[in-house]
Design a protein around this ligand. Structure first.
Ligand SMILES: Cc1cc2nc3c(=O)[nH]c(=O)nc-3n(C[C@H](O)[C@H](O)[C@H](O)COP(=O)(O)OP(=O)(O)OC[C@H]3O[C@@H](n4cnc5c(N)ncnc54)[C@H](O)[C@@H]3O)c2cc1C
Length: 408
């Protein structure tokens, strides 16, 4: 027997880090919200809440504060007090210090699995949110006064309708595809290898970004004296790196990174992620919006992907709340969101892509120029501050949540 059609105000496809953040931001609003997620939050195979750790910018902290979630996130977060950026074998170095700039921290490192547990608990506490999981999106139809979503849950086909569908279903977004929105994809021919590393010396809450001739690597401070490694390697080397035993892996990493953290003692499980710049050619249609990785997938070089996604959340949540007594899915409402987000999205995408290209290149004039740039940033405070405000998510016209203020 065909199930009765369920009606919502808003359906979010994808309960990953960005989709769950949007649902939490709209918790307790007078809107009936359905979150369709393919994989249970705490499953090993969950692609968003996996073995990675991510660096949350200070601006993401403000958004969690506005959402009333910061006190919970704080318990699972390790502060980044300083950032040290260097180019292996060259003179350029830049340092950033939260205390000098008047912030309690430049950012925070959280484990994705911990965030997944936190979001699952939080979503279950809101009476206006229904988590539809595990369930797969099968079809999307846009009508004049609603959007229709077909899903498969427990082997049964169900139809849901809503005023607005938000695609938060990641880089291979089915919403994007089913809505016929094209995208561009530029393969970096690189993979990010991640692992947790225990160094010999205390990390002292310093995040290290080191550019090397075989690709950039970041070591971020984590709980229990560990560091979270993101090591970018060329695609043709990744199988070799993944096949090394732990001893060889640590020795090669030590050789690339140097001795700033003492002798590297232990490496946890490794995982590799192929890297590409993916951009949807449109982010809104009548009754549809794309956010997070469904709209833009970035290289992790500057730790900006989720941070950009949660800023999408802050703007979209505000636009939805302001329109909630009318129709939240009409194009005029969604255009406000799109126009608001465009500058930040363009800046961060350009900055991230530029960094990858400049630091993946060993042509001598470029090496000299980037090292001069690092040095200039270190000694010219206004240049450093402008870059910090952008990467910390504090630039431009900020939505209420991004200023740490509740939506209403
Ligand atoms: C190695 C690495 C390190 C990174 N480090 C950082 C960092 O330090 N800081 C930072 O800000 N960002 C970082 N990022 C980027 C960050 O991980 C992503 O930007 C973020 O995960 C995007 O979240 P999302 O919810 O948009 O997409 P995803 O995480 O891809 O989640 C999509 C969700 O949608 C679900 N889904 C997919 N298809 C369907 C369907 N058909 N039906 C129902 N559900 C579906 C999936 O199961 C998943 O739960 C890093 C990325 C990588 C690869």
């Amino acid at each position: 027997m065909k199930k009765k059609t369920q009606h919502y105000d808003l359906i979010i496809i994808g309960g990953g880090m960005v989709g769950a953040s949007l649902a939490c931001a709209l918790g307790n609003q007078p809107l009936r919200i359905g979150v369709v997620e393919a994989v249970p939050f705490c499953a090993d195979s969950q692609p968003s809440y996996d073995d990675r750790s991510i660096a949350l910018a200070y601006g993401a902290r403000k958004i969690f504060e506005g959402m009333g979630l910061w006190q919970q996130v704080k318990k699972i977060a390790t502060p980044i007090k300083k950032i040290h950026i260097s180019d292996r074998g060259h003179f350029g170095t830049t340092r950033m210090d939260a205390a000098h700039e008047g912030y309690p921290a430049l950012g925070y490192v959280v484990e994705n699995r911990d965030l997944g547990e936190l979001f699952a608990t939080q979503l279950a506490s809101f009476s206006n949110i229904e988590l539809i999981c595990p369930a797969q999106l099968k079809n999307v139809t846009i009508n004049a006064d609603n959007a229709e979503v077909v899903i498969e849950r427990d082997g049964e086909i169900e139809t849901l309708t809503s005023k607005l569908i938000v695609g938060a279903d990641g880089g291979r977004s089915a919403v994007r595809q089913l809505a016929g929105i094209s995208h561009t994809s530029d393969d970096y021919h690189q993979n990010a290898v991640i692992a947790n590393i225990t160094p010999g010396k205390d990390h002292q809450n310093i995040a290290y970004e080191r550019f090397t001739d075989s690709g950039p690597l970041a070591l971020l401070p984590m709980s229990n004296r560990r560091c979270s490694l993101v090591w970018t390697v060329n695609r043709d080397k990744v199988d070799e790196v993944m096949a090394w035993n732990d001893e060889t892996f640590l020795a090669r990493l030590q050789e690339r990174f140097g001795m700033r953290l003492g002798s590297l003692q232990k490496a946890g499980q490794r995982n590799a992620y192929p890297l590409a710049l993916v951009r949807a050619n449109q982010h809104i249609r009548a009754r549809l919006a794309l956010i997070g990785n469904a709209a833009h997938v970035l290289h992790p070089i500057a730790g900006q992907g989720f941070n950009l996604g949660i800023r999408d959340v802050a703007a979209l949540a505000q636009v939805i709340v302001e329109a909630q007594h009318n129709d939240i899915g009409v194009l005029s409402v969604l255009k406000q969101y799109d126009q608001w987000r465009q500058h930040d999205q363009d800046c961060v995408t350009g900055l991230t892509d530029g960094l990858v290209r400049i630091f993946s290149n060993q042509i001598t004039p470029l090496v000299m120029a980037r090292n001069s740039g690092l040095l200039a940033m270190d000694i010219i405070p206004p240049v450093k501050r402008a870059l910090m405000r952008q990467t910390m998510g504090l630039a431009g016209k900020l939505p209420r949540l991004a200023r740490g203020i509740p939506l209403q």
